[in-house]
Design a binder for this molecule. Sequence first.
Ligand code: XMP
Length: 527
Amino acid sequence: MKPTAHSRILILDFGSQYTQVIARRVRECQVYSEIGRHDITAAEVEAMAPKGVILSGGPASVYEKSAPQIDLQIFSLGIPVLGICYGMQLMARHLGGEVEFSARREYGAGILHIDEETPLFHAVGEQMDIWSSHGDKLTALPTGFRAIAHTENSPFAVIEDAERRLYALQFHPEVSHTPRGKEIIQNFLFRICHCAMDWTMGSFIDEACARIRQQVGDEKVVLGLSGGVDSSVTAALLHRAIGDQLTCIFVNNGFLRENEPEIVQRVFGENFRIKLKYVDASERFLKLLEGVTDPEQKRKAIGLEFVRVFEQATEDLLAKDRADKRPHAGYRFLAQGTLYPDVIESVAIGGNPASLIKTHHNVGGLPEKMHFELVEPLRQLFKDEVRQAGLQLGLPNEIVLRQPFPGPGLAVRILGEVTPERLRILREADAIVVSEMQASDWYYRVWQSFAVLLPVHSVGVMGDQRTYENTIALRIVESQDGMTADWVRLPYEILARISSRIVNEVKGVNRVCYDISTKPPSTIEWE
Ligand code: XMP
C-alpha cells in the first residue's frame, strides 16, 4: 500500500459486513479509500499518510478475549478518527469510557436527537432516522469527550473529542437505512479531514495508464479476454496505455452464450483494433466433458483445459513472432482483471460470510510455471467503478453493463451431461431470456437472469400429441455482490412471455419453472 498524491481515507476492518460499503461510500464522495487490517501499526498508518481513519463495526464484543484490537497509538497520531459501532466501543473503552456488556444485540431503526453543534452533523438538522446493530453500549464518556446526540436507549449515541479530532457513532451511517448517513460521511471527509475531491475515473485512467507504462516499459503483455466486464475493461485500459504491445487471447470453450464470440470480436477486434487472437477450442472442450455429470469434475476439467489452451495460444504467438523476426519476441507480462474485493486482506471474525473469498470464482488460475509477471490495473477498483471506467474508455453498454457469467459458462447450467444437443437447447432458451429481459428493461435492474437446463423430462401435450421433453428453470436474482441473493419478483406478464416463447420456439422443451430460492441456502448457479 504505497501512498499516492490522493487524499486518502484508511478504513480499519473489524469484521463488519459493511466495511466495503463504508469504502464505497467514501469513494462516492470522490475521495480515495482503502481498507486495512485492524491490527495495522500506528507507524504503518503514519507512513500511509491518510487524511482520516474510520474504524468499522464488527460482530465481536470489546469484552471478548479474542476481540480484535487496535494499536492505541493510532489515536495519538493527530489524524482524525471516526469510530462506527464496534469502532466506537473500542475507542471509548481504551480512552477511559465505560462500555456495558449486553448479551442481546439490538438491530433496527431508531431516531437520533442531535443536542450539540459539531462539524460532523453540519446541516443535518435536529433529528434523523438511523439504523443500528449493536450489543454493547456506552454508559460513561471517555476522558475529554462530550456527548453530541442521543437516542431513546442511549445517552451517548454520538460522541466527540474535537481537540484530538476523535469522533464516534453508535449507528451505521454507511447503510441506506440511515438516509442522511452520507452527509455525515461527507462532513467527516471535508469538514474534519479536509480531503480533496480528487478520486475521479478520469484521473484514475490517466494514472493507471502511467503506471502500466512504467511497469511494462516496451515489453509485451498478454491478456485472457473472456468478454466479461473485468477482462474487457482491463483490455481497453491496457490498450489505451500501451497499444499494440497488448495481445488478447479469446478462447471459445464452446459454452458461450449466443453471439458472444461475434460480439467480442466485433467490439475488440474491429472497433478497438486490439490485437486479438481468437481460439475456437469448442470441440476440444465438448469432447472432454463426454460422460461427465459431476459438477466439480466439470469445473475442474474445464479449468485445466483452459490453461492448456491458453498456454498453447501464447506459444503460437511466440512462434509467429519469431517467424516474423520481430524484436521483443517474449511475452513477459500477463494482465488480469483482479478487482479490489479480491485483494482486500479479509478478517474472518465471528464467521462473517462476507469476509470469505470464493477462490473458484477468481478465474485465471494460470500456473506459475508460465513465469509471467502480473499486470493488474483494476486492483484498486470496486465493480461499479470498473463499469464507470469502461464507459469512459469507450466500451459499449452491451459489454460494460452485462451480467456476470461464470468461467465454465453454459456447462454449469446444464445439469447432467453436456452434449451438443443439450447445449443447443440451453443456448436458445437463454437467448430468449436475455432478449425479453432487455426488451422490458429488467436486464439492467437485476444481478443475473438466465436459463438452466434440468436433467428432467416430463409429459406434455402439443396439438394432439403427447410429448415427453426437457424442463428449463429460470433463475433471476437480485444481489449486491453475488454473496447473497434473492429471487426477483418479476411481473407475471414477463414471466409468461419468456415461458411461452421458450416452449414454443425451443425444440425439445415443454415445461418452464421459476426458481424461487434465496442464497443462502441455495447458490445462484445450479452447479
Ligand atoms: P454462486 O453460484 O456461487 O455464484 O452463488 C455467485 C456468483 O459468482 C458467479 N460464478 C462464477 N464466476 N467463474 C466466475 O467468474 C466461476 O467459475 C463462477 N461460478 C459462479 C455466479 O454467476 C454468480 O454471479
